[in-house]
Design a protein around this ligand. Structure first.
Ligand code: NAD
Length: 259
């Protein structure tokens, strides 16, 4: 079913073939979408992104460097997207960063002001900054999707400032949904269960988190990153045309039970 046929999307946050952003893009492309990619500037990152795209069957995909903490990078990117594609139908915000030194159990109260600001800037403000620039390109309406985690709702040991950022991110998505709805643009969060990606490895105690989910989640297993990609196809396409301001969990049911 080509539910994303003739749709063009911009995907932020592919670092390698394990990235959630990559699994979303791969599934979106399999359903007919054209995906363009914005990546954190740097030769090593460009090589990694290119490799993921080559190995994953999207060797001709358009890629562009963009540090989401830099307004001038964002401006350059969206001008280039407009020139290249003319319009956008969806945007995937799969970006987060916090200094890993403070993503350890027992270190939350130590979070310095600059570490807090940087985490919120890169992981949350970037959703506002990208949505604002995407809006004029979403001339036929659109879908914006960001990635969250259960640590937004409950204190998760070691997730720390990133949990605060995810709570702000889910709230930001709701405010954007309210403001962009009249333009036919939907904004949703997808709250994914733990997946072994580069970012996840920065969170202290990730192995225990994965073990706990496997032992207690209703499905008695962890999710596959591909399952996030499949759910994203629904949220990015017209299959979810009536859904906005929502946080959709893809977590084997873990957030639905008392643990
Ligand atoms: P990842 O490391 O593959 O992806 C994170 C991406 O953010 C990378 O591509 C990195 O380059 C990018 N990034 C960081 N700072 C940036 C900046 N200043 N400018 C541009 N890009 C920047 O890890 P992932 O797990 O795929 O993370 C994607 C999203 O999914 C994040 O928001 C993460 O918090 C969220 N998430 C991950 C999990 C998990 O267990 N892996 C669970 C729930 C939600």
């Amino acid at each position: 079913m080509d539910c994303l046929a003739n749709k063009t999307g911009l995907v932020f946050g592919v670092a390698n073939e394990r990235s959630i952003g990559w699994h979303i893009a791969r599934n979106a492309a399999a359903h007919g979408a054209t995906c363009a990619f914005a990546y954190l500037p740097g030769e090593k990152m460009e090589r990694r992104v290119r490799k993921a795209l080559d190995d994953g069957g999207l060797p001709d995909a358009w890629i562009f460097p963009c540090d989401v903490a830099r307004d001038e990078d964002l401006d350059r990117l969206f001008i280039a997207v407009g020139e290249r594609f003319g319009r956008l139908d969806f945007l995937v915000h799969s970006v987060a960063y916090a200094d890993r030194e403070y993503l350890q159990e027992g270190r939350f109260a130590d979070t310095p002001r600059d570490v807090f600001s940087q985490a919120l800037d890169i992981s949350v403000y970037s959703l506002i900054a990208t949505a604002r620039r995407a809006r004029p390109l979403m001339t036929h309406g659109g879908s914006i999707l960001t990635l969250s985690y259960y640590g937004a709702e409950k204190a998760a040991p070691g997730y720390n400032v990133m949990g605060v950022a995810k709570a702000a991110l889910e709230s930001t998505a709701r405010y954007l949904a309210t403001e962009l709805g009249p333009f036919g643009i939907r904004v949703n969060s997808l709250s994914a269960g733990p997946c072994r990606t580069l970012s996840a490895m920065a969170v202290g105690g990730i192995d225990q988190i994965l073990d706990r989910v496997e032992a207690t989640a209703p499905l008695r297993r962890n999710i596959e990153t591909d399952e996030v990609g499949k759910a994203a196809v629904y949220l990015l396409s017209d299959l979810s045309s009536g859904v906005t301001g929502e946080t959709h969990h893809v977590d084997a049911g873990y957030s639905s039970i008392v643990t």
